[in-house]
Design a binder for this molecule. Structure first.
Ligand code: NAP
Length: 347
């Protein structure tokens, strides 16, 4: 049994983690919900019991075995090393440590062995990267990957609770013909699509797009110059990210073979009967654990190419579910042990 702290317990991912810890019956001895000062004293529900939220401070991690963190980059940078110093395993949903060479970036079922190299912190990938990992990992066993082009259609819940509220408030205002000032997004999200997620980088791509590039290479052990290009777009959807992939392989790969392999891949469901108009949509994927794949077809723009459509719940496989699975896997692999973090503890 483990003492678990939930850093960011009042947020969208934190709330989902509470639900999934309960669904999975994770072996919890004590559960400590943490958030910012503004949430101090609020209550969160776990297994029918109301637990009081504490303000996260340096002292919050005494006697904690596992921290599940979803409180943003700043909070993770501040509290991650402190928690590890105190002997906790810090499983992080933010981008703070994802590309750090000493921090394994894990999508459970894809690169579990990488977890063994951890020094107290294990990172959870960005939601747009997470859901395509089981799919690409399965397909690259048929033939090595040569090039990847990704277009995302991302739900507002990927940007936190305030973004979801803005979707509903903006939509309501638009329907009632009222003026609305966007706060979370740069332009109206209601009845619109926004080709910007995160800030712009020097190369003209956004931070979100470059996360897909760098995180995919790291998780799948691809070379540092493996060609990946991504366009990330926010759409007026509550929950569930959709992604169109164009994948080039070293050798020819027929759609039927891809369907066969993906159908046998754990955590992936093929939903591809176009004659019956059966393909995945975010509305149907929301609230569910699997990654759904459809519209699997030959890419007519590449010699050995495949196109497909991939949909999943961004709050589950894209965040909370994978974080809880990392904790479960760490327990299973015997990696939740204070003496395993020598490097950070020595500092
Ligand atoms: N949403 C997704 O699909 C998704 C997917 C992958 C990764 N992530 C990442 O997960 C993190 C949280 O996302 P979210 O969607 O849950 O955001 P959110 O709904 O805005 O929630 C943020 C949470 O962090 C807490 N927090 C903020 N600053 C804090 C601080 N200084 N100290 C302690 N707690 C603090 C907030 O507490 P208060 O309520 O007290 O402010 C709240 O509980 C982000 O890093 C995000 O990039 C999100």
């Amino acid at each position: 049994m483990y003492s678990v702290a939930l850093l960011g317990a009042t947020g969208l991912v934190g709330q989902k983690m509470l639900q999934i810890l309960e669904e999975e019956n994770f072996p919890i001895k004590t559960l400590k919900p943490l958030a910012s000062e503004k949430s101090k004293g609020k209550k969160v529900c776990f297994k029918g019991e109301f637990l009081e939220v504490e303000e996260a401070t340096e002292n919050s991690f005494d006697d904690i075995d596992i921290v599940l963190a979803s409180a943003g980059t700043e909070a993770s940078l501040k509290f991650g090393p402190i928690a590890v110093q105190k002997g906790a395993l810090f499983i992080d949903n933010s981008k703070a440590f994802r590309l750090d060479k000493e921090t394994p970036l894990i999508l459970v079922g894809v690169n579990d062995e990488d977890m063994k190299a951890h020094h107290g912190i294990l990172a959870n990938p960005n939601c747009s990267t997470s859901q395509i990992m089981p799919v690409l990992n399965a397909l690259k066993k048929i033939s090595p990957l040569k090039r990847l082009i990704v277009s995302t259609y991302q739900a507002t819940s990927g940007a936190g609770s305030e973004a979801v509220s803005e979707l509903y408030e903006n939509t309501k205002a638009a329907l009632q013909g009222e003026k609305f000032t966007s706060k979370k997004f740069k332009k109206p999200i209601a009845f619109n699509v926004l080709p910007q997620i995160d800030t712009f980088c020097e190369n003209g791509y956004t931070g979100e797009e470059m996360k897909v590039v760098f995180e995919t290479r790291k998780i799948l052990h691809l070379s540092d110059d493996f060609p990946i290009s991504c366009t990330a777009v926010r759409v007026p959807v509550d929950t569930g990210h959709s992604e169109a992939l164009s994948i080039e392989f070293e050798a020819p790969i027929c759609p039927q073979k891809a369907i066969e392999v993906l159908s046998q891949t754990s955590g992936v469901i093929v939903q591809d009967m176009i004659d019956a108009y059966d393909y995945p949509t975010p509305l149907e994927a929301a609230g569910k654990n699997p990654v759904y794949v459809g519209r699997i077809r030959k890419d007519i723009a590449f010699e050995n190419g495949l196109c497909l459509w991939c949909v999943a719940d961004n709050l589950r496989i894209g965040a909370a579910l994978n974080a809880v699975r990392i904790a479960q896997k760490a327990v299973e692999m015997g990696l939740v042990k204070k003496h395993l973090y020598p490097k950070l503890l020595r500092k």
